[in-house]
Ligand binder design. Structure first.
Ligand code: ZN
Length: 268
């Protein structure tokens, strides 16, 4: 599958990831040297092990665990038994198959995403990617490749890297699944989704994505996992999944770091 990846080159993201790996190794070697203790990825408190959170930060992260909706991964208030779906999944089924998120989107998650995106804290991606791989383990086991949700080039230019691509590479570092960074393209710059209603969000991303020429071959007949940092209404990943399925992907699942959970659902 490395052939597929090399046919969809993305030099910039690769060099970022190389930096990330180098940084991880450097952190590890520093820790082994005992010159400097490893630090909490969120608050920079000295720690016993590298790449983790201090007990105080750890206790503030809301990890999502079963029971949850089999389809959307929305946590349930109690365990209704296997295979039960949420009201949202039945009333308004998404184009993608299943979605899983590592944590609930709250103040701590927002802080971690912000540090990852704007603070050049790429070491965070190693920990976040590990949490995502654990949350989406069964999806990754069924997948042929990962596809990060793309940024428009103008935003990529401003930020220098696509956090979804960095997270996809970190999440797949153990499984070795290929990450198709150039398969999907954002063809229309979309205004920020923040503050938009659910319907407005869906309209906002309508027709915003396209499969590239190289991507067409890479994704055809493949079981894909879309990767993004945050899932709010799901409109963005839904638009991406629709685009990939129309271009011939066999199925599309979704793994994100954090998802908005309005309230804990009672299963129906
Ligand atoms: Zn901390």
């Amino acid at each position: 599958m490395s052939e597929t990846e090399s046919s969809v080159p993305h030099v910039e993201q690769r060099s970022i990831f190389a930096r990330l790996v180098r940084f991880g190794r450097a952190t590890l070697s520093i820790a082994l040297d005992g010159a400097l203790p490893p630090l909490c990825v969120s608050c920079r408190t000295p720690l016993g092990n590298p790449g983790g959170l201090c007990p105080a930060c750890w206790s503030r992260v809301s990890f999502i665990a079963p029971p949850y909706c089999e389809r959307l991964g929305i946590p349930f208030a109690y365990d209704p038994g296997p295979g039960i779906l949420s009201m949202e999944a039945i009333a308004d089924p998404p184009a993608y198959g299943r979605a899983r998120a590592a944590v609930r989107y709250d103040d701590v998650a927002r802080d971690l995403v912000h540090r990852l995106k704007y603070g050049d804290r790429l070491d965070l991606a190693i920990s976040i990617g590990r949490w995502m791989a654990r949350a989406g383990q069964e999806l990754l086991e069924d997948a042929d490749a990962l596809v990060p949700v793309p940024l428009h080039w103008r935003r990529l230019w401003g930020r220098r890297f696509n956090q979804a691509a960095v997270l996809a590479k970190a999440a797949t570092s153990n499984s070795g699944l290929p990450v198709l960074t150039g398969a999907l393209r954002r063809v229309r710059a979309t205004p920020q989704q923040v503050g938009l209603s659910r319907n407005a969000r869906a309209a906002n991303v309508q027709g915003a994505f396209a499969v590239t020429q190289d991507g067409r071959t890479a994704i055809y007949g493949k079981r894909l996992v879309l990767v993004d940092d945050v899932l709010t209404s799901g409109a963005t990943v839904d638009a991406c999944a629709r685009t990939l399925l129309r271009a011939g992907a066999r199925n599309v699942d979704v793994i994100v770091f954090a998802r908005v959970v309005a309230t804990v659902r009672v299963p129906i």
